[in-house]
Ligand binder design. Structure first.
Ligand code: 6PG
Length: 254
């Protein structure tokens, strides 16, 4: 199935929705668009600040980037960050950095200095501060707020994104760049970008697959009364482009 672009509202402030028939087709399409964005920045001699999502969904995207874009993307121009991290060591099964290392970092020639991981093994409070300073050092600023070129986000079945869980909606009003949160079920400590930083980026892509996400996706995209309980519904860019990449299962209730 050729990916279809469905823009539910022709105003520029509304998200673009792309639906692909399978996770592979979806990840391939996102990989191509991401590579084009990176190359465009490189042609202007600009670095590209990219914050990655964690969890399981992006592993396929990372593998496709490594296999098909390993040499065509100018990785020396890319500065990699994470939208969130679990407060565990990098070798831990839960580590978002660890997952990215396996599927992408070990397979492409990105300079080690360009990899800005969250030190999940360190004291969470001190690491939140340290990571915020690293973000300030490497990102552009718009209205004095860090502005990433591109942020990849996932979506939880409870409507969380990054590690902004329901109950942390105030992280869309904070002055902080990143913050410490607790996973509501596991109580695992997490470090996450905050809402104002996410909303200040130039591009945000939600990559969402699977039937389990379909009702939350539909609530958010259709702005139902449930949407307000989902942190992901607060992702509304100040001046950038928001795009939802959905497979047929995740878009089934749209
Ligand atoms: C994390 C993520 C989180 C993730 C969603 C979806 O650290 O877990 O950043 O926001 O994107 O929970 O996770 P799955 O891709 O595993 O469904």
């Amino acid at each position: 199935m050729i990916p279809i672009i469905v823009n539910y509202n022709h105003s520029s402030m509304q998200p673009i929705i792309q639906i692909s028939s399978s996770p592979v087709e979806l990840a391939s399409s996102l990989a191509e668009e991401l590579s084009q964005s990176i190359r465009t920045a490189a042609e202007k001699n600009k670095t590209f600040t990219l914050a990655l999502s964690g969890g399981n969904t992006p592993a396929l995207l990372f593998s496709i980037l490594a296999e098909y874009y390993g040499t065509s993307i100018p990785w020396k121009n890319v500065h990699l960050f994470w939208g969130d991290e679990r407060c565990v060591p990098s070798y831990h099964n839960d580590s978002n950095y660890g997952m990215t290392k396996i599927h992408l970092l070990d397979k492409v020639a990105i300079p080690a200095i360009n990899i800005h991981r969250i030190h999940g093994e360190d004291d969470p409070i001190k690491e939140t501060e340290r990571y915020a300073h690293e973000i300030l050092e490497y990102t552009d600023k718009i209205n004095n707020i860090p502005s990433f070129d591109y942020i990849l986000l996932g979506l939880g079945t409870d409507g969380h994104t990054a590690s902004i869980f329901p109950g942390y909606m105030d992280l869309f009003q904070t002055q902080k760049i990143c913050e410490l949160t607790l996973h509501p079920q596991t109580r695992q400590k997490r470090i996450t970008l905050t809402g104002p930083v996410i909303n200040n980026s130039r591009q945000v892509a939600f990559l969402v697959t699977g039937k389990s996400k379909a009702s939350v996706v539909a609530d958010i995209i259709n702005k139902t009364e449930n949407a307000g309980t989902y942190p992901a519904s607060c992702v509304a860019l100040n001046h950038g482009k928001l795009k939802w990449y959905l497979d047929s299962d995740a878009s089934a209730l749209l």
